[in-house]
Design a protein. Structure first.
Length: 552
């Protein structure tokens, strides 16, 4: 393939790969009848974005990353959506004389020129990764579907009918519900909030920990939409006065998702909150969580121990479950029997026996743990230690030769010791069984494309404990980060290792958390220190540090 040879030569001249590598990968790409950039991405020689940036440079066109918020569905609606999906292209910008098309396939530029018959403007092409173009087209399709539903239905439409005692919901409302779920996934939301008020119903998504208002729908449509979600989650649609919980399983863009549905009665109707779990999500690398360097060594040391308890702590939404699953994947080997008890099972892992608690059938954390101990486990993961009975069984399992991983709600790592003692575990057993505790929080990561380097002010030097000005980065905002200045989140951690001195302090008759804190002050990197290090590394900002009110 001539293209592969020419592009390979371009990459080697550019310095992305050597001449020898170019020749080797051109040969492999030709044998597989695939473009060179696809082979390089598959082999992780280049990132997908890096490959397409180089491809754009080679073809003499611009590369562009577009956020969903930059896309105007009305502009896209001027063209056949089916045709755009076929050509892997989307209109992103229109001026008086030109129309800019975002393209995911550079080999279809000539076909794209056929769109000139649908507009009287000059066509300009910009290149992007195919997955982004596909995501944008999915988003536009959902938006156009929502607009269609909201336009077609008048205030007199009921949308809900009953025939022969069975409930029927009109198809457009079904499409509206599905489009909301798909849009949330496209935007990378962790939660969907649908909130009824007197004059409107507000839809908000939680993205990177922050709630963002996305849209509104008319009040008269909400009962049908609510009923649709209740039916999908196997909830009682006639029950409007009590909270309900359920689950929806759905495949979106060839990925399996669990949507945990919760309803709550308010003065204007039932509020709906849907938490999104990507059950196919896999994270095997602790460094992706933010555990690196010395902290990674400490965690790996804890996980290498044959028995004892390792506890993760932090508020809801601080990433404890993600960390636990990452640790389980690290420990998951053929010669190890791992059993988990969870509520709910958020992520399925091949090779691990996972149990979903079911209080209605009397399968609680405590009852499941009793049976697990007869299943010859090496490692036990308990989703959360919520009560005294679970804490006692977990402690017994730890001192009888099992490695136990779990989470518990406290403000810091030291608080896990006090919490276990408050739950009725004798101090000598806490000292004997506890290997360590990891407290964590999530902070937003600075956008790598638009962050701006600056020097610390006098106030910032005081906050960070610096004697001399140091370089830090500030949030700016660009299309890549949706003009927030941040893209994604990363953890900050406090890792308490229970060594001999910690055990002595816990077992002392006059134990207090203050004594333990005094010892650990010089023997442990605190959450505050971890967050400060992230700022000095250029990963986050002082504003995110100050937001963690319970850290400082």
């Amino acid at each position: 393939m001539i293209f592969n040879e020419l592009f390979g030569r371009f990459l080697s001249e550019k310095g992305d790969i050597t001449r020898a590598e170019a020749a080797e990968w051109v040969k492999k790409a030709d044998e597989n009848a695939s473009p060179l950039h696809a082979e390089l991405v598959k082999a992780k020689i280049l990132s997908e974005e890096g490959a397409y940036i180089a491809l754009a440079e080679y073809l003499g066109v611009d590369y562009r990353f577009c956020q969903l918020s930059e896309i105007d569905p009305k502009l896209v609606g001027k063209f056949s959506l089916e045709r755009l999906m076929e050509l892997q292209a989307v209109p992103v910008e229109e001026s008086a004389s030109a129309l800019t098309l975002l393209c995911g396939n550079p080999f279809r530029f000539e076909e794209l020129r056929s769109l000139r018959f649908e507009t009287d403007k000059e066509l300009k092409f910009v290149l992007s990764v195919p997955s982004q173009v596909a995501n944008i087209l999915e988003y536009v399709s959902n938006k156009l579907q929502q607009v269609s539903v909201l336009t077609d239905y008048s205030a007199t439409d009921t949308d809900i009918t009953e025939a022969d005692g069975e409930l029927s919901i009109d198809a457009p409302v079904i499409k509206l519900g599905d489009s909301i779920l798909k849009e949330a996934v496209s935007r990378g939301a962790s939660d969907i909030h649908i909130e009824p008020f007197e004059a409107e119903v507000v839809i908000r998504f939680r993205i990177d920990g922050r709630l963002t208002r996305i849209d509104t729908i008319p009040v008269h449509l909400y009962p049908a939409l609510l009923a649709r979600f209740k039916i999908m989650a196997n909830l009682n649609i006639a029950q409007r006065r009590l909270p309900q919980d359920g689950k929806i399983g759905l495949s979106i863009n060839d990925r399996e998702y669990d949507f945990r549905v919760s309803t709550m009665p308010t003065i204007h109707g039932e509020k709906l909150v849907i938490r999104i779990y990507n059950i196919g999500f896999s994270n095997d690398d602790m460094e992706n969580l933010g555990i690196a360097g010395r902290q990674k060594e400490l965690v790996e040391g804890l996980l290498s121990r044959p028995h004892g308890i390792i506890l993760l702590t932090g508020p809801t939404g601080s990433g404890k479950s993600t960390s636990l699953y990452t640790f389980l994947r690290y420990l998951n080997t053929e010669d190890t029997n791992i059993i988990t008890v969870e509520d709910p099972v958020e992520n399925e892992i091949v090779g691990i026996n996972q149990i979903q608690v079911n209080p209605k059938a009397n399968l609680t954390f405590a009852t499941a743990l009793r049976s697990i101990l007869r299943q010859d486990p090496n490692i036990i993961m308990i989703g959360e230690i919520r009560d005294e009975e679970t804490a006692q069984i977990a402690t017994r399992a730890a001192i009888t030769g099992h490695l136990v991983l779990s989470s518990i709600h406290t403000n810091d790592a030291v608080g896990t010791v006090t919490r276990l003692i408050d739950m009725g575990i004798p101090k000598y057993l806490v000292a004997d069984s506890l290997l360590g505790a990891i407290s964590q929080r999530l902070v937003r990561k600075l956008c790598p494309r638009c962050r701006k380097e600056d020097k610390t002010t006098v106030y910032e030097m005081q906050m960070l404990g610096l004697e001399q000005p140091a370089p830090i980065y500030r949030a700016v905002g660009c299309p890549y980060c949706n003009h927030t200045g941040y893209f994604g989140r990363i953890g900050v951690f406090e890792i308490m290792i229970v060594d001999e001195r910690v055990r002595e302090i816990i077992a002392e008759p006059g134990f207090t958390s203050e004594k333990l804190n005094e010892y650990l002050r010089t023997n442990m990197q605190s959450l505050e220190d971890s967050a400060k290090q992230r700022i000095l590394n250029g990963e986050t900002t002082l504003e995110e540090f100050e937001r963690l009110a319970d850290v400082v």
